[in-house]
Design a protein around this ligand. Structure first.
Ligand code: NAD
Length: 420
């Protein structure tokens, strides 16, 4: 409803274009390109679900393993009406480069079911999840492919997947999914990890650009796990969060929103629209607000060639995957906007998913301070790695991140002996 893109863009085309740009900049050998560019395995499944009415409805689901060169495939599962095979392929591809950018021992994967969870009862959602998990069961597992939450999937949904997998194996297998509830092997800090990563990389960007973080004006599109918690962290750091949005609407306060009150309002009503102490604005107005930090944290193609000129932010922190199209990238770049690319900015989620998997496999759990300290170290180091390429090679931040990710996967491929 609030999508700002008017021209539908295929996310997989964008992912392939990003890869080509990085491979060209690296002068990558054609044989290696052919090996690492495309998904290794794609599974499309039928998910029949008995609805509460007694009727059976068929949904379509996907699991894509883009790469296992550096370790098992890793990536979230999305339940959304707009899920397509190409979208899942794009998200899986980005996961490969993302895991390589933060240098964790994973490849890239992603899954999704084309459905609207908002229209399903709890029972229907559980049956859909268990059926989908059963259908992709042959290709997932702690050593093969480890799903996690993404848009409209939750720790409860991860618990059902873990339970379905474990029932089939005959023993509990905690490491098959991450983003689980704490009571079945989830990690402290996982729920906030994506937003924390966004926060740390934005902090590093402010330091690089000499923008004072305290008091910075922040705008957030999307108020779920990534955007909602990021808004809380920015608010907690003394920033002025001017506007936030979800599918119900956008709310704005020139003096800064009281984010804890916004969170409480959304928890009570299920929506942002109608929040008192704020003015409603349109999605286009939200993206055009003058601010230091703009955080797209909803879906792909939020900033396109049609609205990129209107962006008046110093920094765009891509909490969402693929929120800025390649053409919009060029416009933001020309206008001097500093972009923290998705495969760096939102990598905090998969980083703490990795910590969760390590803890599950070792049956030994860490304090939240340990998790957050390790996350901060990895995010700041990865930011510095990407920034160095940006400055040394004089390429934009997205290309720098893709060059780092692609070069690490190519190197893994080379040393495994597949290529000279
Ligand atoms: P979520 O389901 O928790 O929240 C999504 C939010 O976006 C909701 O508030 C929804 O109302 C809002 N939204 C959807 N369409 C919108 C629109 N057109 N305009 C404004 N708001 C809209 O999902 P999430 O986990 O926060 O994921 C959001 C983005 O972050 C996705 O691109 C996802 O791939 C990415 N991401 C998430 C994680 C994670 O750990 N959850 C990790 C990395 C990246």
């Amino acid at each position: 409803m609030l999508a700002t893109a008017t021209k539908p863009l295929n996310a997989y085309d964008v992912a392939l274009e990003n890869f080509d740009l990085a491979a060209n900049a690296l002068g990558l050998d054609d044989s290696i390109r052919a090996r690492i560019k495309y998904p290794e395995r794609i599974l499309c499944v039928s998910v029949p679900v008995r609805m509460d009415t007694g009727k059976v409805v068929r949904f379509e689901g996907y699991r894509v393993q883009h790469s296992t060169q550096r370790g098992p495939a890793k990536g979230g599962i999305r339940f959304h009406p707009n899920v397509t095979m190409d979208e899942v392929k794009a998200l899986a591809t980005w996961m490969t480069w993302k895991c390589a950018v933060v240098n964790i021992p994973y490849g890239g994967g992603k899954g999704g079911v084309t459905c609207n969870p908002k229209e399903l009862s709890m029972g229907e959602l559980e049956r859909l999840t268990r059926r989908y998990a059963t259908s992709i069961l042959p290709i997932i597992g702690p050593e093969k492919d480890i799903p996690a939450p993404d848009v409209y999937t939750t720790p409860q949904i991860m618990a059902w997947i873990m339970d379905t997998y474990s029932m089939n194996k005959g023993y509990p297998v905690h490491g098959v999914v991450t983003g689980k509830p704490l009571s079945i092997g989830g990690s402290l800090g996982r729920n906030e990890a994506t937003a924390r990563g966004v926060f740390y990389t934005t902090l590093s960007s402010c330091e690089h650009l000499s923008i004072p973080m305290a008091g910075a004006r922040v705008v957030v599109q999307g108020f779920g796990n990534a955007g909602g918690i990021a808004a809380e962290l920015f608010h907690g750091a003394g920033d002025k969060v001017l506007a936030v949005s979800d599918t119900s609407g956008c709310v704005f306060n020139a003096n800064g929103l009281n984010i804890p009150a916004v969170v409480a309002y959304k928890a009570r009503t299920g929506r942002l629209a109608g929040f008192p102490e704020a003015t409603p604005i349109t999605p286009a107005e939200l993206l055009a607000l003058e601010c230091e930090i703009l955080v797209p944290a909803a879906l792909e193609n939020a900033i396109t060639e049609e609205n990129a000129h209107a962006v008046h932010a110093r920094i765009v922190s891509e909490a969402a995957n693929g929120p800025v199209t390649p053409e919009a990238d060029r416009i933001l770049n020309q206008n001097g906007v500093f972009l923290i690319p998705d495969i760096l900015c939102n990598a905090g989620g998969v980083t703490v998913s990795y910590f969760e998997w390590v803890q599950d496999e070792n049956h030994l759990f860490w304090d939240e301070q340990d998790v957050n300290a390790k996350l901060e170290k990895i995010m700041k180091r990865s930011f510095a790695d990407v920034l160095k390429i940006h400055l040394d090679k004089k390429v934009d931040m997205r290309l720098a991140a893709n060059m780092l990710g692609v070069s690490r996967v190519a190197e893994a491929c080379r040393v495994r002996g597949l290529y000279p």
